[in-house]
Design a protein around this ligand. Structure first.
Ligand SMILES: Nc1nc2c(ncn2[C@@H]2O[C@H](COP(=O)(O)OP(=O)(O)O)[C@@H](O)[C@H]2O)c(=O)[nH]1
Ligand SMILES: [Mg+2]
Ligand SMILES: [Zn+2]
Length: 277
């Protein structure tokens, strides 16, 4: 039998198959192999013995949160309290790119800024649209629902950006469910609770707090290739790192304003982070 892990609580793995749930334990071999199932994993399990036999190949995997098989990440980005932080946005875009997760930039709190500022931030996000990223606002509920259908999604972004508010607007029933989970575990809403996979608008929602910055593995080349705009401007030196090279076209384009200064700063910061490891 095949199913998907929707919850893990100590040694109990809840497997869902055809909307039926089965609390399972692991075959001993998993411990020896140092591979453990994660929420989101598709598994082969024995329905009668309630034992997980095998993990099916993953599309992607994360350690914090301990999940697998994410299709889509909504990067919830507030433009006012908390203020827009391009560095965090770019970091999450790189993280998703390197894990084959489709990022959707979701802008919130546009109602809290004036017309002039709104024009300014929309110009900023237009740059991302031109790079091929999908950009929506948290008022475009119909569009967001269309994106979610048939997919496994996460909502990530700064605390206070409006993730919970948006999820509740999309699916008011879910608040009840997530509330029940926390209550049942006897934990406050600010402590970490177990990750859970819910049915959500014809797709699935991995209800998890944000991603740990430690998730960003990869090498310098990975970071470079994640900044899609760089490939539009080939440098004379093929392996140009766009840092100290004299004839770097990327740096020139930053100066000309063709590449956003904040994007370039994000690039340098991420390059430093991976170099340090
Ligand atoms: N004005 C305004 N407030 C918002 C918007 N989205 C969320 N909020 C408020 O921002 C605060 C934080 O939202 P919350 O959903 O808890 O953020 P989370 O930490 O990302 O889950 C709450 O008081 C929300 O009511 C928005 O688009 N406009
Ligand atoms: Mg929240
Ligand atoms: Zn260069």
């Amino acid at each position: 039998m095949q199913g998907q892990i929707v919850k893990i609580e100590s040694t109990i793995y809840t497997v869902k198959q055809n909307e039926q749930v089965f609390p399972c334990v692991l075959r001993g071999k998993f411990r020896k192999q140092h591979i453990l199932p994660r929420v989101g994993d598709y598994v082969v399990f024995d329905k009668n013995q309630n034992v997980i036999e095998e993990i099916l190949p993953r599309k992607n995997e994360f350690a914090r949160p301990f999940v697998a098989n994410i299709d889509i990440a909504f990067i919830v980005t507030s433009v006012h309290i908390p203020s827009l932080t391009p560095q965090l946005l770019d970091k999450l875009l790189v993280l998703m790119h390197l894990n084959q997760v489709e990022p959707i930039i979701c802008i919130t709190k546009l109602d809290l800024i004036d017309e002039e500022k709104r024009k300014e931030v929309m110009t900023f996000f237009q740059y991302y649209k031109e790079l091929g990223y999908k950009v929506v606002t948290n008022l475009e509920l119909a569009e967001i629902k269309k994106i979610i259908k048939g997919k496994t999604c996460v909502f990530t972004g700064q605390t206070g950006a409006g993730k919970s508010t948006l999820i509740n607007k999309l699916e008011p029933d879910l608040r009840l469910k997530t509330g029940e989970v926390s209550k049942a575990l006897g934990r406050g809403r600010h402590t970490t609770r177990t990750v859970e996979l819910f049915n959500f608008l014809g797709g699935k929602l991995l209800d998890t707090p944000g991603f740990s910055s430690l998730e960003l593995k990869g090498c310098e080349e990975d970071i470079r290739s994640s900044f899609k705009e760089f490939s539009k401007y080939p440098c004379p030196f093929k392996d140009c790192t766009h840092t100290k090279e004299k004839e770097c076209v990327v740096k020139q384009k930053v100066e000309e304003g063709k590449i956003l200064e904040s994007r370039y700063q994000s690039y340098l910061q991420l390059l430093n982070e991976v170099k340090k490891r």
